[in-house]
Write a protein that binds this ligand. Structure first.
Ligand SMILES: [Zn+2]
Length: 449
């Protein structure tokens, strides 16, 4: 077996960054040792002052294949991931056709992924009104957990679920021991707000923001916390956008409920005040709220109420963004950021006194834990997969189309100056991204325990 040593003056271990050598045997980390203790026969890769982080894990991605490969697909999503320092993606069960709501659909996804992936992947299964009988079979077949929507999802083949149907599904979910990821907005508050807006101008970002108020998120989260305490399943709130829910979430966690929380780079970087009217590239649901709310989300990360940061990478063909008309009501909601999430997060985090250890925790360790990939993904430690990002934390980059590697290179971040550049990405000991190129074969595979 080939033995390699990855050296850096900033190896980001769970205990913090330090000068070290990571010894790799085949696809796994054998040990983290002092730099002088590298065996002479090991192939040495010395990254100097560039940080060596664990490969990032994105627990919220819409790959859209099979069925909507013209929006995105395994080839392009995993290429964008490798360029962004990700070594594993967990795919959402919707926007692909068929939606991943039964075992046959899961097999179709596996078929579609064959030979296309530059990084490892896994998938969530869907919980919809008519599939309580498929939940435990999906778990046995290898999904990492489940996802449901409490509001319309945006695609017809993946239905939202109401409380009564959810109560049918939850005992099955609880029996699997896997987490249920919830898009937490309730339609009542969204519909009422939209009605109040009457004939408002939908080119204005403020119209869209008012149409999806904080209360829609808050009410959904309260409902899910109550169901969590009743049914005892693992609850995960995806893409938290309102800081108003932090208090309830903090209290729920303090009381011992098995709840975890995610937010996204766009909620931590962008702000409603500076989103231009017509800028539908910034449309996502729940919406990006104001600056004060953003700062509260950062506090949520600081005090641990928010566990992790996932991209919610959700691309579409550019015409669906309705850029000429700029109409927020008709544009597809979804922001793409697989290639940029790490620099976006580092730009914001280092200004607030956070370290690369925090970044590794939010973007690798915790998403890996959510997806049940511990002790294989998420850390630089003995026994884990040799997945690494080589990161120049001091360099700056300007976002240009050649830095985006997903299918349609449009982005709300175009032209921005960001801090930190992904130099190389290694998947199980092998380079999959190096200085703008993608060496080697597509060696990514499904993560199965
Ligand atoms: Zn999503």
């Amino acid at each position: 077996m080939e033995s390699q040593a990855f050296l850096s003056r900033r190896v980001v271990t769970p205990e913090g960054p330090r000068p070290a050598a990571v010894l790799v045997e085949g696809e796994r980390i054998r040990a983290v040792v002092q730099r002088e203790d590298v065996p002479t026969n090991a192939l040495k890769r010395d990254f100097g002052d560039h940080a060596l982080l664990p490969g990032l894990v994105d627990s919220h991605v819409h790959i859209n294949e099979p069925g909507r490969t013209d929006w995105e697909g395994f080839h392009t999503a995993t290429r964008a991931a490798a360029a962004g320092g990700y070594t594993m993606l967990v795919d959402m069960p919707l926007n692909c056709v068929p939606a991943t709501t039964n075992v046959a659909a899961l097999q179709a996804k596996r078929q579609a992924a064959q030979g296309q992936c530059r990084v490892d992947w896994a998938t969530w299964g869907g919980v919809v009104p008519d599939n309580p009988g498929d939940i435990e079979a999906l778990a046995a077949a290898g999904v990492r957990g489940f996802k449901c929507f409490l509001v319309p999802s945006g695609v017809d083949e993946f239905s939202m679920i109401r409380e009564a149907d959810l109560r049918e599904a939850l005992p099955h979910v609880a029996r699997t021991g896997l987490p249920l990821l919830v898009h937490a907005e309730l339609p009542g508050a969204v519909n009422a707000a939209t009605e109040r807006l009457g004939g408002a101008d939908w080119r204005r970002y403020s119209t869209y923001l008012q149409s999806r108020p904080d209360e829609a998120e808050l009410a959904a989260i309260r409902l899910m916390l109550a169901l969590c305490s009743q049914y005892g399943f693992r609850l995960h709130i995806v893409h938290l956008a309102t800081a108003l829910a932090l208090e309830d979430l903090r209290a729920a966690r303090a009381s011992g409920l098995p709840v975890s929380v995610e937010t996204c780079p766009h909620y931590l970087h962008l702000e409603a005040e500076t989103i231009a009217d017509g800028a539908t590239l910034c449309k996502c649901a729940p919406p990006i709220r104001d600056r004060a709310n953003r700062e509260q989300l950062w506090h949520g990360l600081r005090d641990g109420v928010i566990d992790l940061v996932a991209t919610d990478h959700s691309p579409c063909p550019p015409p669906m963004k309705r850029l000429e008309k700029g109409s927020f009501d008709r544009a597809w909601g979804g922001i793409t950021s697989l290639s940029l999430a790490l620099p976006i997060m580092w730009t914001e985090a280092q200004q607030r006194g956070f370290t690369l250890t925090d970044i590794a925790q939010w973007m690798s360790q915790e998403p890996a834990r959510l997806a049940g990939c511990d002790p294989h993904k998420g850390k630089i430690a003995a026994g884990y997969d040799a997945d690494f990002v080589v990161f120049d934390a001091e360099a700056e980059l300007t976002v240009t189309t050649d830095r985006l590697h997903h299918r349609h290179p449009v982005s709300p971040y175009m032209g921005e100056k960001l801090r930190g550049v992904v130099k190389e990405t290694y998947l199980r000991g092998t380079p999959v991204f190096a200085e703008g190129t993608f060496p080697g074969e597509a060696s990514g595979r499904e993560f199965r325990k």
